[in-house]
Design a protein. Structure first.
Length: 691
C-alpha cells in the first residue's frame, strides 16, 4: 500500500511538474474513491487531503448536473477514453465552483481502467461571466420584446442575429428561421415581407443614420417607420454589426398629411389656398422659363360679393363661393391650376399658352357661363366676375410683378363696370390712378357743392300733365365737367360715399319741394333714388323721417325708388322698413323692374305702390317676346293694384303701347329730358302739357 502511495505521489509530482500549480489534480480508483489530491484541489474544495482521501468523489457533488451527465462520463472513462466536461462542484462550506475537467483513465495490462486522474481548472469566474451574460441577454430580449418599436440586430454581412417580436410580426418572420439569413434570403421566403434597403448607406456614412421606411401590410395599408440604424465597428475599424430600431409613425404621418392638406387647402371650396398658389406660381414660372413657354395668370374677383354677403348673409355667400369654384373647375383646361386666394378672390394659372387668345376665350367662356341666373335657396342670383389677366414673360418675369399686373388689370375691369376681363397693359396704372383720383374728388364733391339734382317729369299718360318728378343726381366737376351717375354711383356704393351723397339728395329734394310749394306751384311728388346700401341701413327710416320733419316736408312730397336688390336680404326686416314708410304715408316704387332678380313673387310680398318698367323693355317693344313679357308684367302689377310707370319713353309707338295697356304714368325724352330745378319750376308754373 505504501509502495503504491509512493508510486502515486511520484506520479503526481510528475504531473504537477508538467502542469502549473494552479491545476487541480485528483486520482481515484476505478470506483471513484479518491486516492490522491494535490494542494490546489484542497484549496478549491476547502477539504484537507486527509478529509478527501478515501472518500467517494461524489463528496463534491453539487446536485446541479442531471444523473445522465455522470452516466455519460462513466460510460466514456470505463471504456478507457478521456472525458472532458465542465462540472459544478460543491466546496466544504457549501459554496459552488466550476471546474473544467479532463479525466484520463489509467489502464492495466488487460486494457481496463484501474485508476482515473482528473485534471481540473477553475472556471468559476468565466462561468459567472457567462451566466451573467446569459442573464442580461434574457433581460435584453425581454426588454426588446416589450418595446413598442421594432428592433433588429444584424452582423457585418447583413445577416439577422436577433429581432424582437415586433420586428418578426411586422416582417411576418414569426415562423421563419431567420437567424443567420440576409434580407435577400428572407425576401425569398414567401411569407417574409421585407424592405430594409438602406443598411449599406449607413455603413458608408459610418454613423447613426435615420431613414423613413414604408412597410406594406398584408391588408393593404402601409405603415411608416422612423428607423434609426446604428453601425457598430470593431476596434480596428472593421464592421461588426448593425442595430436597427424602428418606430411606427404612421399616425403621425397621417396627421402631418392632414395638416399639410389643411395648410394648403381652402376648407370652404376644397381648392388650393393662397399658400399653395404662391408655391405653384413659382414652380410654374420656373417650368415656363425652362420650356420657354407663356404662362397666364387670371385674377378673378366676384362682383359685388361683399354686398351679397352682407345682404344675404354668410351662409348664402359661402354657397356662392362654392358654386363659383365648381364652375371654375368645370371650365378650366387640363393643365390649369385653380386656387382661392381668400374672400371672393380666385386665380387660374394657365401654363403652356401658345396664343393669348386662348386665355381670352377662357375668360369669355367664364363670363358667358355666368350669364344666367343661379337658383340658391329661393333666390335667383346673378353672379358676375371681373377678371384681370397678365402674362409671363410678356408682362413680367417674377411672381410679384405678374401678380401685381394681374391685380391692376382686375381693378381696371372692375372700374370699367364689372363683369369684364381686362388684359394688363402699361396704361392700366394711369387709368387706375384716375379711379383713385375720382374717389378722392367724389369725397369732396358734397362740400364743394359740385352736386346738383336734375328733375325729370313723370307725366300722366291720359292728360299729359306733370304728375311727378324723378330727382336725378348730377356731378359737375370743376375740371372734368359733367359726370354721369352711372359712372360714379357704383364707386360711391363701393366706397361707402353713397351714404353722405344719399343724405344730400334727400335734403336737397326736400328743400326743393318746399321751395316750389312755398312759391304756390302745384305740388307734385319728387321721387328720389335710394341705393340698396342706404335702404338696407337700419337707421334709414329714422334718418328719412328726421329729414322730413327738419325741413317741414310732408310725406306726400317725397317718394322713394328702390331696386330689386334691396329686397333680397333679410326680407322680414325690409318688409318692416317698407311698412314703416308706408305708415308714414311715403310711396315706394320698384325701379328698373326686369333687369335684376325679377322675381314676380317679390311684387306680391312687398306690396309696393308703383312699378317702374325698365327702359330696356320699352325700347325693345318691337320684339314680340319683349312685348309679351311687358304686357304680362303690366297685367300682374295691375292685379296687385300697383301703379305703373313706363321709363325711357322716346317714341309715340312706345307711348301708344303704354296708353293702350292703361299704364298710368310715363317718363322719357319724349316728354322731357331731366332738367334743372329752375326749368322744372317753370314747367310746373306753366302747367304744360307734355304729350
Ligand atoms: P334710373 O333711376 O333708372 O334713372 C333713369 C335714367 O334714365 C336717368 O339716367 C335718365 O336720365 C335716363 N332716362 C330718362 N328718360 C330716358 C329716355 O327716354 N331715354 C334714355 N336713353 N334715357 C332716359 P341718369 O340720370 O344718367 O341716371 C342713371 C342712373 O343713376 C339712374 O337710373 C339711377 O339708378 C342712378 N341715379 C341717378 N341719380 C341718383 C341718386 O340720386 N341716387 C342714387 N342712388 N342713384 C341715382
Ligand atoms: Ca329711378
Ligand atoms: Ca329706372
Amino acid at each position: 500500500m505504501l509502495e503504491k502511495r509512493e508510486f502515486f505521489e511520484k506520479k503526481l509530482k510528475d504531473i504537477e511538474f508538467a502542469l502549473n500549480e494552479s491545476t487541480i489534480v485528483a486520482i481515484t480508483d476505478e470506483k471513484g474513491i479518491i486516492i490522491e489530491v494535490n494542494q490546489a484541489f484542497c484549496r478549491i474544495s476547502q477539504y484537507s487531503q486527509e478529509e478527501l482521501i478515501g472518500q467517494d468523489h461524489r463528496i463534491l457533488n453539487s446536485g446541479y448536473h442531471l444523473p445522465t451527465f455522470f452516466a455519460g462520463m462513466w460510460k466514456t472513462i470505463l471504456r478507457g477514453k478521456v472525458w472532458d466536461g465542465e462540472v459544478r462542484n460543491r466546496a466544504k462550506d457549501g459554496s459552488y465552483y466550476w471546474v473544467k475537467t479532463t479525466i484520463v483513465p489509467f489502464l492495466n495490462d488487460e486494457g481496463r481502467p484501474y485508476q482515473f486522474i482528473s485534471i481540473r481548472t477553475d472556471i468559476t469566474e468565466q462561468k459567472k461571466v457567462k451566466e451573467q451574460l446569459k442573464e442580461s441577454e434574457q433581460l435584453l430580449s425581454t426588454l426588446i420584446d416589450v418595446m413598442p418599436d421594432f428592433v433588429c440586430f444584424k452582423d457585418a454581412e447583413g445577416r439577422w442575429l436577433k429581432a424582437n417580436d415586433f420586428a418578426l410580426s411586422l416582417y411576418r418572420l414569426q415562423d421563419v428561421a431567420y437567424v443567420g439569413k440576409t434580407d435577400q434570403e428572407l425576401l425569398a421566403q414567401a411569407e417574409a415581407q421585407y424592405c430594409m434597403v438602406s443598411d449599406e448607406q449607413t455603413w458608408q456614412q459610418g454613423q447613426v443614420s435615420r431613414v423613413e421606411e414604408v412597410v406594406p401590410q398584408p391588408h393593404g395599408e402601409n405603415r411608416t417607420f422612423d428607423v434609426i440604424k446604428v453601425p457598430v465597428f470593431h476596434a480596428d475599424g472593421s464592421r461588426k454589426g448593425l442595430v436597427i430600431v424602428g418606430r411606427d409613425i404612421t399616425e403621425r404621418k397621417r396627421a402631418e398629411g392632414l395638416n399639410e392638406y389643411l395648410a394648403y387647402t381652402d376648407p370652404l371650396t376644397n381648392l388650393p389656398n393662397r399658400r399653395f398658389f404662391e408655391e405653384k406660381l413659382n414652380e410654374m414660372l420656373i417650368q415656363a422659363k425652362e420650356k420657354k413657354e407663356k404662362l397666364a395668370v387670371l385674377y378673378l374677383d366676384l362682383d359685388r360679393f361683399k354686398y351679397v354677403n352682407d345682404i344675404l348673409g354668410h351662409a348664402m355667400g359661402d354657397k356662392i363661393l362654392q358654386m363659383f369654384s365648381g364652375l371654375l373647375l368645370e371650365i378650366r383646361g387640363p393643365k390649369d391650376f385653380i386656387a382661392r386666394l381668400g374672400g371672393d378672390e380666385f386665380t387660374i394659372l394657365s401654363p403652356g399658352i401658345q396664343d393669348r387668345n386662348q386665355v381670352v376665350e377662357l375668360a369669355k367662356t367664364l363670363i358667358q357661363k355666368l350669364d344666367q341666373p343661379y337658383m340658391i335657396d329661393d333666390y335667383e342670383l346673378f353672379i358676375q366676375t371681373s377678371i384681370g389677366i397678365s402674362f409671363f414673360p410678356d408682362d413680367g418675369e417674377d411672381d410679384q410683378t405678374i401678380m401685381k399686373y394681374a391685380d391692376a388689370a382686375l381693378h381696371r375691369a372692375k372700374a370699367e363696370g364689372r363683369n369684364k376681363y381686362r388684359i394688363y397693359n402699361p396704361s392700366i396704372f394711369s387709368e387706375t390712378k384716375k379711379t383713385f383720383a375720382i374717389e378722392k374728388e367724389l369725397r369732396l364733391a358734397v362740400q364743394k357743392g359740385e352736386f346738383h339734382l336734375h328733375y325729370q317729369p313723370k307725366v300722366d299718360s291720359k292728360t299729359g300733365k306733370i304728375s311727378g318728378a324723378e330727382a336725378l343726381l348730377r356731378w359737375n366737376h370743376a375740371q372734368w365737367g359733367m359726370i354721369s351717375p352711372a359712372d360714379f354711383i357704383p364707386l360711391a356704393e363701393d366706397t361707402g360715399i353713397i351714404f353722405s351723397i344719399g343724405e344730400w339728395v334727400m335734403q336737397t329734394a326736400c328743400r326743393q319741394s318746399n321751395a316750389w310749394r312755398d312759391q304756390g306751384l302745384p305740388i307734385v311728388p319728387i321721387s328720389i333714388n335710394v341705393s340698396a346700401k342706404s335702404f338696407m341701413h337700419r337707421d334709414f327710416v329714422t334718418i328719412f323721417k328726421n329729414r322730413l320733419e327738419q325741413w317741414g316736408t310732408s310725406s306726400e312730397q317725397i317718394e322713394i325708388e328702390i331696386t330689386e336688390s334691396c329686397l333680397l336680404h333679410n326680407p322680414e326686416e325690409i318688409e318692416k322698413t317698407i311698412q314703416k314708410l308706408k305708415a308714414m304715408g311715403v310711396k315706394i316704387s320698384l325701379d328698373d323692374f326686369g333687369t335684376g332678380y325679377s322675381s314676380l313673387s317679390y311684387l306680391k310680398k312687398f306690396n309696393m305702390d308703383t312699378l317702374k318698367i325698365d327702359r330696356s323693355f320699352i325700347q325693345d317693344l318691337d320684339d314680340p317676346k319683349v312685348n309679351t313679357i311687358t304686357t304680362s308684367i303690366i297685367q300682374i302689377a295691375k292685379g296687385l293694384n300697383m301703379r305703373i310707370v313706363g321709363e325711357g319713353v322716346e317714341t309715340l309707338e312706345q307711348l301708344k303701347f303704354l296708353q293702350a295697356h292703361q299704364c298710368e304714368e310715363i317718363q322719357g325724352y319724349l316728354c322731357s329730358r331731366p332738367v334743372s330745378a329752375e326749368e322744372f319750376g317753370k314747367m310746373l308754373e306753366s302747367e304744360v302739357c307734355l304729350l
